[in-house]
Design a protein around this ligand. Structure first.
Ligand SMILES: [Zn+2]
Length: 357
C-alpha cells in the first residue's frame, strides 16, 4: 500500500457519522447473501504460498523495483504460474499487458521503460454471465534496494509478495473447483503500485475486458503477516471502504463459513481506501476494495519485510475465504452495488456513467 494522503484522511473523518446508516444496510444485505451456498475445491496449500513468497521476496529479485530486472523476473514467474494453473491468456496468447514508455524515476534520473501487468483469466461457465467480470488483483512491484552496507534489499514479502502469492493460489483453487464460476474471473498482477498505482491506472485506461461489464474488484495487499501493530490478526480479515459497497457483505459471508471474522477497522478501513490499486477502479466506477490482514506492521516499507515473518497457515485460510468470496461474487444472480453513502457519491456517479454510456 502507498502512503496516507491527508485529503483521504479528512474525507474519512467526515464519514464517521454516516457509518451507522451504512451498517444497517450492510446487515440487511448480509442476511440475504449468507443464505447462498459456496463450495470451492480442496483447501489451499500453505507450502505453495510459502514457495511463491520465498521466490518473489528473495534477495535475487532485489526488491522488485519498477524498471529493474528483478521486477521483470517476478512478472515471468507469475505468468508461468498462471499458465501452470490453467488460466487463459489474453487474445494475443500472452499473459502480459504492456504499457509503453512509462516514465520511471531512478537514482540516475528519469527514464521511459515498458512495463507489464500480468493477466490471466477463467472464462465464466454461464453463457450470459460470462460476459461479466470479477477481478482479483495484487501489485507485484516493491521498493527495490538502497545503496550501502548490510541488508540493503526491500524484500516486500508481505507488501506485496503475499498478495500475489495468494492470488496465484486462489486462481489454482477456482480453476480446479467443482463449482464453476458463472461470471468470468480475471487475475491481474499490477506493476508500479509503489510509484503511484501506475499498473492499475494503465488497466482502467486500456481495459482488456470492458470496465462497464466488470462487476467487482478484490485487490489483495499484506495478507501474510498477522503481527499488526494493533495486535495479532489471526483468522481476521479487513476490507478498505468496508461500507462503500455490497462486496463486503459477500466477503463477510464467505469468512463465516471458514471461521474467519471479516471486520471493519474503525479508522483504517476508510483511511486506506485510496491507498492501493482498488482506487483506480473505484474512480472509474467499479465497486473495488482492498482486502488485508495487517494494515500496519513493524517492518512496513523496511528491509526486514522478509518471507520468514509470514504466517502461511493463516494465509491459506484467508485465501480459502478469498476463493469462496470470489466464487460467490461470480455466481450471485445480482452484481454487487455501491452503497449510497456520502463517501461513494463520486464512484456511484461514475458507475452510472459507465452503465449508461
Ligand atoms: Zn502494497
Amino acid at each position: 500500500m502507498g502512503r496516507v494522503n491527508m485529503n483521504t484522511m479528512r474525507s474519512a473523518l467526515s464519514l464517521v457519522k454516516w457509518g451507522g446508516v451504512a451498517l444497517l444496510v450492510a446487515a440487511a444485505l448480509l442476511s440475504a447473501s449468507s443464505r447462498q451456498e459456496a463450495a470451492v475445491g480442496a483447501e489451499l496449500s500453505p507450502a505453495r504460498l510459502k514457495q511463491h513468497v520465498e521466490y518473489l521476496a528473495s534477495d535475487a529479485l532485489q526488491g522488485r523495483a519498477t524498471g529493474t530486472p528483478g521486477k521483470e523476473a517476478a512478472a515471468e514467474y507469475i505468468a508461468a504460474r498462471f499458465r501452470e494453473v490453467g488460466l487463459k491468456p489474453l487474445p494475443d496468447g500472452s499473459y502480459f499487458q504492456i504499457a509503453r514508455g512509462v516514465a520511471v524515476r531512478t537514482r540516475e534520473g528519469s527514464s521511459a521503460v515498458d512495463q507489464r501487468n500480468v493477466i490471466g483469466w477463467i472464462e465464466g461457465s454461464d453463457v450470459h454471465l460470462r460476459k461479466e467480470y470479477v477481478i482479483v488483483s495484487a501489485h507485484y512491484d516493491h521498493l527495490g534496494a538502497r545503496p550501502g552496507e548490510g541488508d540493503t534489499i526491500f524484500n516486500g514479502a508481505n507488501d506485496n509478495a503475499s498478495g500475489v502469492s495468494g492470488m496465484i493460489e486462489v486462481a489454482r483453487s477456482l480453476a480446479s473447483s467443482a463449482v464453476k464460476p458463472k461470471r468470468s474471473v480475471v487475475f491481474v498482477a499490477f506493476f508500479g503500485e509503489e510509484r503511484g498505482m501506475l499498473g492499475s491506472r494503465h488497466y482502467v485506461v486500456s481495459p482488456p475486458f470492458p470496465l462497464r461489464d466488470t462487476v467487482a474488484v478484490l485487490n489483495l495487499e499484506q495478507i501474510g503477516r498477522t503481527d499488526d501493530t494493533d495486535g495479532a490478526q489471526v483468522k481476521r480479515v479487513s476490507l478498505t471502504g468496508f461500507d462503500y459497497s455490497t462486496v463486503s457483505d459477500v466477503v463477510k459471508a464467505a469468512g463465516a463459513t471458514h471461521g474467519v471474522e471479516v471486520y471493519k477497522h474503525p479508522r483504517n478501513s476508510d483511511a486506506y481506501f485510496l491507498r492501493s490499486d482498488n482506487a483506480s477502479f473505484a474512480r472509474a466506477g467499479v465497486p473495488a476494495h482492498t482486502l488485508t490482514v495487517a494494515f500496519a506492521f513493524a517492518d512496513y516499507h523496511g528491509v526486514d519485510d522478509e518471507a520468514d515473518r509470514l504466517d502461511y497457515s493463516n494465509m491459506a485460510v484467508v485465501c480459502d475465504v478469498i476463493a469462496d468470496a470470489v466464487l460467490r461474487l461470480s455466481n450471485a444472480a445480482d452484481a454487487p452495488k455501491w452503497n449510497d453513502v456520502p463517501a461513494t457519491q463520486p464512484y456511484l456517479e461514475r458507475w452510472k456513467q459507465l452503465r449508461g454510456g
